[in-house]
Design a protein around this ligand. Structure first.
Ligand code: IPE
Ligand code: IPE
Ligand code: MG
Length: 243
């Protein structure tokens, strides 16, 4: 399906999502099916992420937020965690090299403090140097947890002297600040749960679950997810357009 076709939708249906969130799940099972170590699955997952970011940019998706490493993923075996960290480092170095070609703003959501100093430095450099690009934004959630984000937001609000609070003001304390909430959440890998991802921001996101494992989640799968989204009737608690 071309970008044009995806942009053209029936009256009343949502158009192209402005913001897509993805739980990049299924790397381990992808590797297991091939008799490979789990880290090979994460490496294939990183390739899939690069392709996804490019495709979303090509389609005109303004924001792509991906779950790369959760606050709970530290429970995994040390060698798997180390493998993920070195893939992250490799990705960030490559992103820094390709910054001018890709022209994408990169933001990292999550507390970087537990990461190695070199990795933290790369994250900060990517965020700073890519902040000049305003066309498309990719948010990478690292050491991210939805509950942790809400607790941190509350602490930062208190540290600001408890200004008058409403949902927009509180939402501004989340990692993404005032960017629009995700319109579409995609979870490949067959699980039907949120796993502590964007608990505040997903309030009215459309959910799309797929059995396809993340390393196999290609452009065609994105097209299917977006087409499914475009057939949803987003009511936000109202009665809807055709009632
Ligand atoms: C997602 O893939 C990547 C991370 C959580 C870092 P998994 O590693 O969870 O893959 P499965 O779910 O075991 O297949
Ligand atoms: C969610 O996947 C986290 C990421 C994709 C980074 P998990 O594989 O960690 O989630 P659970 O354990 O199946 O809920
Ligand atoms: Mg998993």
């Amino acid at each position: 399906m071309s970008a044009q076709t995806l942009h053209k939708v029936a009256g009343g249906s949502p158009g192209l999502p402005r913001h897509i969130a993805v739980i990049m799940d299924g790397n381990g099972r992808w590797a297991k099916k091939r008799g490979l170590p789990r880290t090979a699955g994460h490496s294939a997952g990183a390739d899939s992420f690069r392709k996804a970011a490019r495709y979303c940019q090509k389609l005109g998706i303004e924001y792509l937020t991906v779950y790369a490493f959760s606050t709970e993923n530290w429970k995994r075996p040390a060698d798997e965690v180390a493998g993920i960290m070195s893939l992250l480092e490799r990705y960030l170095r490559q992103a820094l090299r390709d910054l001018e070609k890709e022209k994408v703003r990169i933001c990292i959501f999550g507390d970087l403090a537990p990461f190695a100093p070199e990795l933290q430095k790369l994250c900060r450099e990517c965020m700073e140097r890519s902040s000049v690009y305003t066309g498309a934004q990719v948010n990478i959630c690292l050491n991210y947890g939805g509950r942790d984000e809400i607790v941190r937001a509350a602490k930062r609000w208190a540290a600001d002297g408890c200004p008058e609070l409403d949902e927009d003001v509180f939402g501004g304390y989340m990692w993404g600040g005032s960017i629009p909430d995700p319109d579409l959440l995609i979870r490949p890998g067959g699980e039907m749960r949120i796993s502590n991802f964007l608990l505040w921001e997903l309030a009215y996101a459309e959910m799309y679950f797929s059995d396809v494992l993340w390393p196999d989640f290609d452009e065609r799968e994105f097209d299917k997810a977006i087409a499914a989204y475009q057939h949803r009737n987003r009511r936000y608690g109202d009665v809807g357009e055709n009632e």
